[in-house]
Design a protein around this ligand. Sequence first.
Ligand code: DP6
Length: 312
Amino acid sequence: MATAVAHPNIALVKYWGKQPGPGNVPATPSLSITVAALTTTTQVEAAAKNSIRIDGVPRADPKVQALVDAMRGAFELPPMAVTTDNDFPTGAGLASSASGFAALVTAIDAKFDLHLSPSARSAWARRGSASAARSIFGGFATLAERDGEWTAAELLDRDAWPLEVAVAVTDESAKPVPSSAGMERSRTTSPFYEAWCRSTEIDYATACRAVTTRDFDAIARIAEHSCLKLHALMLSSRPALVYWNPATVAVMDAVRELQVAGTPVFFTIDAGPQVKAVCAPGHGERVANVLGNVPGVVRTVTSGLGAGASVV
Ligand code: DP6
């Protein structure tokens, strides 16, 4: 049996929309931070037949099965039993698919001695869920086209700029429209989709510069813009994709108040109602305390930046 762990990541420049055709190829590049405090643990062992258990429950997860089948086609793998557990809510906008596929590919690689490079593991993880390509790496990771292949890479080591994250959880139930379906809806129905793709290329370049120069104000500005533009795209889809609840907006207001008072913090929100407040080093605990008192916040999680997926 091989066991791998991986952490979710939070996109600062968001991915939303795929290129037409197979392979789950994003339409735009993205940039994320890997989050240490949330962990997926995945075990893979050879078995008489394929099986998948997620958080203790046997599941016929078509995305997991499709990735395992694709890898089996490339590497002649035997049937396998996959067991995966998250220490946080699954499918609720906390990027469980990112850590899940990163841990799965890393465990398969280890169990069957495939000797894949991190970049090759990242490209396989991307086929399962594109954001998972980034969770192969720690710290700041970018997902972009490199030598004809969409794969992630580390842009900056986590110790080089140890940002902190306070996640304000406002609802632990699974999201109403999964990301894959939501982004396809945006691609096919939003009048803003082309502008989203074009402008995200520019946001990505701006954000990469902000990270490599460790410019907190610059990354704050571009990350909040990418987040709000994503949600504008979602709201302009038909039917509209509304992932926020009243507490989501209240937490955004609280982050704005912290900013006005001089705290180095910015918010970002994915396909769910949780708000992730990204803070300069040393500010995470205090920000989490403030956000924990906002009505509607169920709990907060504070984290530093995490390492990439690894075998344990
Ligand atoms: C809003 O990576 O879950 O979190 O490739 O279809 O599995 P699939 O989508 P997924 O989408 C993530 C969307 C996002 C933004 C991001 O992480 O970049």
